[in-house]
Write a protein that binds this ligand. Structure first.
Ligand code: CA
Ligand code: CA
Length: 333
């Protein structure tokens, strides 16, 4: 190998981390929407990270059979879209988008012109996923916007419309937690944003939830969707994330995250794990629950706690391929 090619490849490898940020796989953009009748909430409600009823949704709670409409998320540059997660609103399970069509925006086209969109497909939401529907697209789609239009009009309410560069199917886990009050612990890993685990009053003591992969595996990142509900549940003030250390046969004292002063209105916590990180178990410790009027010592709730496999960094692969190409070209000389 010529030294110039080696240098090029080394520079490419060092310049970019080999793994993408799991948290950054979410495509951020601006939301727009239109409804023929009784619009409620703002289109921004579909991308604010919250599925709570108190704000954070877009749709209509009225006019069954009368609502016709759509919404879309538009971003600055063309990106790859691989999976989409549609989430209802946590306060009312009867108001659902039960069928819809997805569209991608044509290059350099006006999103307000219906002719600018290419149909991805028609979707009927399966009963088991009627509150949270994860769609892994049949292939990567390169676009600048994704639109959802209702084809069923049963008071469509959308809590979140999340777009990802990757297949965001969580890793399979089993779950334990303490203390338990409302909902089973499995409600925190059922893929449904509207079911949740709720702790009993903590009386100032810690509570925890741990996920077990069943074997040592590489984990790229995690996401916790905390529950907020009136006087009962609030996101914690402070919490830590720990991983199981198989060699020590104990929880590692090196915390993966040590969060204090967490914002009361932020329900979703993302964490990227170091490249090549492996473990069998990951644990959330609620070290300081937020005090609620109706719960002694505070309580915490979790809609979903999910672990994700690492994802390759597309830019790194491109650079490495370019390095390899440079090497081939040099060898041909
Ligand atoms: Ca929302
Ligand atoms: Ca759930």
């Amino acid at each position: 190998m010529k030294w110039q090619a080696m240098v090029l490849m080394l520079v490419a490898a060092v310049a970019m981390p080999a793994m993408a940020s799991v948290a950054n796989l979410s495509i951020d953009g601006k939301a727009y929407g239109w409804q023929s009748a009784s619009p409620q909430g703002s289109p921004d409600g579909i991308r604010d990270g919250s599925s709570a009823w108190s704000g954070g949704f877009y749709g209509s709670t009225y006019a069954e059979g009368l609502v016709d409409g759509y919404y879309y998320i538009l971003w600055e540059d063309i990106q790859t879209v691989r999976s989409i997660r549609w989430v209802g609103s946590s306060a009312d399970s009867s108001r659902l988008v039960t069928a819809f069509t997805l569209w991608s925006l044509n290059d350099d086209a006006d999103p307000e012109n219906p002719a600018s969109w290419t149909k991805i497909g028609d979707y009927n939401v399966p009963e088991a996923q009627k509150h949270t529907y994860l769609i892994v697209l049949p292939a990567d789609i390169q676009t600048q916007a994704i639109k959802l239009s209702y084809t069923d009009q049963n008071r469509p309410i959308t809590g979140e419309f999340e777009l990802y560069n990757q297949d965001m199917t969580p890793l399979a886990v089993t779950v334990t937690a303490s203390p338990s009050l409302h909902g089973g612990v499995n409600d925190a890993i059922d893929g449904n944003m509207l079911t949740s685990y709720g702790s009993a009053g903590l009386n100032g003591g810690p509570g925890f939830m741990e996920l077990d992969l069943g074997s040592e595996q590489e984990v790229g990142g995690l996401r916790i969707c905390f529950r907020r509900q009136g006087d009962f549940y609030a996101v914690p003030e402070a919490f830590t994330i720990q991983a199981w250390d198989a060699d020590a046969n104990d929880w590692s004292s090196d915390l993966l995250a040590d969060v204090t002063g967490w914002d009361a209105n932020t329900e979703v916590f993302w964490l990227d794990l170091p490249e090549g990180f492996t473990t069998q178990k990951i644990r959330l410790n609620v070290t300081e629950p937020r005090t609620r009027p109706n719960v002694s010592g505070g309580a915490f709730g979790i809609h979903e706690f999910a672990l994700y496999a690492p994802v390759p960094e597309p830019a790194t692969m491109t650079l490495l391929a370019l390095g390899g190409l440079a090497l081939l070209r040099r060898n041909r000389k």
